[in-house]
Unconditional design. Sequence first.
Length: 244
Amino acid sequence: MRCVVANWKMNLASGEAKSFCEDLLVHMGPEPESEVGIAPPYTLLHLVSSLVRTKGLRVFGQNGHAEAKGAFTGEISMPQLRDAGCSGVILGHSERRQFFGETDAALAKKIKAAWQWDLLPLLCIGESLAQRDADQTLAVLGQQLSILAETGPGPLWVAYEPVWAIGTGRRAEAAQVLEAHAFIRAELNRLLPETGSQVPILYGGSVTPESFPELLGIPEVAGGLVGGASLDPGKFAELVKQAG
Ligand code: PEP
């Protein structure tokens, strides 16, 4: 199964989101074979969900708190995401780790909370440029995945997103993607012996319709998590078509 997820980050307002969804559904044609998701900002969750969920698309939150409710100003909880129409939640995006101090310990709790509220976690992992240059890529990925020893098995997608490739126009090379995805698969199999082989591993980092076909040909690449190119309904529909 292939998966393509749009991460809108902190972009678009309601009028733009509405016309995006309408355009996307026209461009995409009949229901795609692959799993397609959109992760809008929180204020657009209800709207996007009402427009695309009947068409079989998933809606993801871009983050979610581990607690179900309480005094956490500015946060959003898993049951609130569920209530707004989400069936999944992106967790551990590098922008959350980098700018908002997201830790692996917090992520383990968030994954368990997502499961409790029947949300599919899309766990993002990836190395910084300094870590790659210091030959620490696989060690970093191993560390970020090690939280799965604590969470145990459950519905899960993983996205490999080298931090230096996000929003930079500098996509990882095929050999780098191949090595990282093979390592992630081996770690998933080791940490989750019953279910690890079933977890789709998406690639993220400057994916475009020009680069996606090559990426999809790399073993263990099950699809893409897409930022910049997902803000254009035509481009995103093209990625969905390429995924099949
Ligand atoms: C992302 O934000 O997850 C991402 C991959 O962004 P971009 O496609 O713009 O690199």
